[in-house]
Ligand binder design. Structure first.
Ligand SMILES: [Zn+2]
Length: 276
């Protein structure tokens, strides 16, 4: 009964999670700060294969009391990129700050983005997340940063109150993330869930290319509430020590390409050219 005490009593107070959640005090916790010059180039980190990420589905977005979560029907999956097997997508959720301020969980060279999307996958052979969490590589989470740039047609914000769900229009996972050609550059390390029970069973993939959204969309997340009616802001866990773990980088030439696209997008956003 005490298992999820931290989550129930202190959704926004990570320092108190270790009470009743021993794993939260472990040596391989997430998130972490990624120091780019220390990341180890690893040739085996080839582009991930996204299966059925284009498949559209109808679902609901739910305020879980510590985030907004979208359960995903078991259709989409990932493999490749040195993952040991195929992992199927089960849910996604976000972490954010306050009114567009710092809010991501992972940081890059100490920089915190305004928001971070987590698409949670588990090994194909498992029927439920609880079982997958007992396998040290049972879960694979894809992490994406958001940057405030322009209106994102595929971003929706859940209803304010806890346990209240609302229906989403038909969406696909591919609509929520950057195009595949921009996902060849990513970081990989072994870590944990960033909320209780903090199980150390997560293969993390954190992508370099951020997802654009507008400041209004970013601020809308600050209107979501915790179950005590306080605004659900800053629902990210602070970075945890690496304790000797290595962070690997896929290499790849995505950086130059994405910079060019970013400049093009900014030009469009500023009205300097006609959007297509
Ligand atoms: Zn998360």
């Amino acid at each position: 009964a005490q298992k999820n005490k931290g989550l129930v009593d202190h959704p926004g107070v990570p320092e108190k999670w270790t009470v009743g959640n021993e794993d939260c005090g472990g040596k391989s916790q997430s998130p972490v700060n990624i120091v780019t010059r220390k990341a180890v180039r690893e040739e085996r980190l080839t582009p991930l294969e996204f299966k059925n990420y284009q498949h559209t589905f109808k679902t609901v977005m739910t305020n879980t009391g510590h985030s907004v979560q979208v359960n995903i029907p078991i259709i989409s999956a990932i493999s490749g990129g040195d993952l040991s097997t195929t992992y199927k997508a089960v849910q996604l959720h976000m972490h954010w700050g306050k009114d567009g301020g710092p809010g991501s969980e992972h940081t890059i060279d100490g920089e915190q983005y305004p928001m971070e999307l987590h698409i949670v996958h588990m090994k194909n052979k498992y029927a439920d997340l609880a079982t997958a969490l007992r396998d040290p590589e049972g879960v694979a989470v894809l992490g994406f940063f958001y940057e405030v740039l322009f209106l994102n047609p595929y971003l929706y914000v859940a209803s304010k109150s806890r346990n209240v769900s609302f229906s989403l229009p038909s969406i696909s996972l591919a609509q929520l993330i950057p195009p595949e050609r921009k996902l060849t550059s990513y970081y990989r390390y072994q870590g944990s869930l960033t909320t209780p029970p903090c199980s150390e069973s997560v293969v993390w993939t954190v992508f370099e290319t951020p997802i654009p959204l507008s400041m209004d969309q970013m601020k809308a997340f600050s209107m979501v509430q915790f179950h005590d009616s306080k605004s659900m802001v800053n629902n990210f866990r602070p970075v945890q020590p690496l304790n000797g773990r290595l962070v690997y980088h896929s290499g790849g030439a995505a950086l130059l390409v994405s910079s060019a696209l970013l400049a093009a997008a900014l030009t469009t956003a500023l009205g300097l050219s006609q959007p297509n």
